[in-house]
Design a binder for this molecule. Structure first.
Ligand code: DWN
Length: 422
């Protein structure tokens, strides 16, 4: 499907030689998804004929600390300076961030004088819920387009990457933070040592660093291979993450699991010697990871094999539907959806178009596969036989929203954790 003369192999990326946490060179590659454009690199119609940079996409596991990580790292400026992902178009995410803020305020008895800093603050959605409770907030995000949106909400936002150097400037200007949050950003950062040193500089002695990211056990057990993309450099389990935290004189105090983005964990990190003790949840996570043999290559090899079967079955199914004269579209122009489309070579010959709720994306085309993206309202007037759900992490919300389309006979094809029709 891909037009070969539109692929430009680039040398912007570098091959990972050492583990990002323990710096071991024992890296075991276990799945390659081929080369493809960056997952949020949506294309304007006038640029469709231009070459798109393609980058290798694959994962390896460190055989010393068992951190799963991408085999190639792309410069962050290419992906994050003008960013098209915003969580605030999803009721699921809005509710999740509201609950996270309320729980944090209540659990740690935050006062208006306490400072909450969000690393990777995106459009300020999470901080907005702290600000509502009169708590001091500061956002940090390199995407200038999103920092502007956040400032328009009255949230002080620095449009830059978080670094230890920046953290020193902030402490000097604003003092230390009682809470530092980082939701879906730690996995995006290459220099984790600089991140942790920056957090240590910025965090109050009895402060809490709250990270949320997709959980490796969910990725493996639910075959979520399309969440492997160029933005996500690391795929964490607690064992390697604990080593990273310990390397910087900190401690994991608690871990909670949730269903966000296909299954995530919220990790509460504190300074060693702070007033906090370690909850039994930490030991429970480590025990489960040992039971699931995450400290062997077995689960990774098995995962790599399963992904190839999923691709074969999905493509054969879609081709069979097309042979029967069925019309198929995509639903949710997500980054993960672009990984699936490019890995499976699914293009306009199989999907007529994709609908999406984010205005930034409407009117553009998917990277690499060049499928047009329209507003969701298109399904009010059109009834294609099938909609391939590319944003399966919002299946409940989307299926509920599209009751009328389904009553008219439209059916959703959902691929994760297994191929099914709803
Ligand atoms: O780490 C990241 C994860 C958390 O989110 C980011 N680096 C990038 C992003 O990945 P994604 O693009 O896969 O995110 P979403 O939020 O899963 O994408 C969902 C897509 O579906 C969005 O483009 C919005 C769209 N959508 C829709 O069209 N109708 C979403 C909902 C809920 C809807 O009702």
């Amino acid at each position: 499907m891909q037009n070969k003369d539109m692929k430009k192999e680039t040398s912007d990326e570098y091959l990972l030689k050492k583990c990002r946490i323990c710096h071991s060179e024992q890296l075991y590659p276990f799945l390659s998804l081929g080369t493809m454009p960056i997952p949020n690199g949506f294309v304007l119609e006038e640029n469709l004929k231009n070459e798109e940079s393609h980058y290798p996409l694959g994962v390896c596991v460190c055989k010393k600390c068992w951190l799963v990580q991408l085999t190639h790292v792309i410069p962050p400026e290419i992906m994050f300076k003008n960013y098209l992902y915003i969580p605030s178009t999803s009721k699921t995410m809005l509710q999740h961030f509201k609950t996270l803020a309320q729980d944090t305020i209540q659990r740690f008895s935050l006062k208006p004088s306490d400072l909450v800093i969000d690393i990777g603050s995106n459009d300020g959605t999470l901080l907005g819920y702290f600000k509502e409770q009169e708590i001091k907030v500061l956002g940090i995000d390199p995407a200038s387009n999103l920092a502007l949106v956040s400032r328009l909400k009255g949230i002080d936002t620095i449009d830059d990457f978080f670094t230890q150097k920046l953290s020193k400037d902030i402490v000097h200007e604003k003092g230390s933070a009682k809470i530092i949050t980082a939701t879906n950003v730690v996995a995006h950062i290459d220099d984790l040592d600089d991140l942790l040193e920056g957090v240590k500089t910025l965090l109050h002695h009895d402060g809490i660093f709250i990270c949320e990211f997709p959980y490796l056990l969910d990725l493996l057990s639910k075959n979520e291979f399309d969440t492997i993309y160029h933005e996500h450099l690391s795929y964490f389990s607690i064992s390697p993450f604990m080593q990273l935290v310990k390397n910087h004189g900190m401690m994991i105090a608690d871990v909670k699991r949730n269903a966000i983005h296909g299954g995530s964990i919220i990790v509460y990190i504190v300074n060693k010697g702070s007033k906090f003790t370690q909850e039994k949840s930490v030991r429970e996570f480590l025990t489960e990871e040992k039971l699931k043999k995450l400290d062997t290559i077995i689960p990774y090899k098995d995962f790599g094999r399963r992904v190839k079967v999923i691709r074969r079955d999905l493509v054969n199914y879609l081709k069979r539907l097309k042979k029967q004269g069925k019309r198929i579209v995509g639903y949710g122009a997500s980054a993960k959806g672009n990984v699936l489309l490019n890995y499976c070579h699914i293009g306009p010959e199989l999907l007529d178009y994709i609908v999406d709720s984010i205005s930034y994306k409407q009117g553009r085309f998917t990277p690499g596969t060049h499928i047009p993206i329209y507003p969701e309202s298109r399904l009010d007037k059109d009834t294609p036989d099938f909609a391939l759900l590319l944003a399966w992490n919002f299946a409940d919300e989307i299926l509920q929203k599209q009751i009328k389309y389904r009553e008219r006979g439209g059916q959703f094809i959902i691929t994760i954790p297994y191929l099914r029709i709803e």
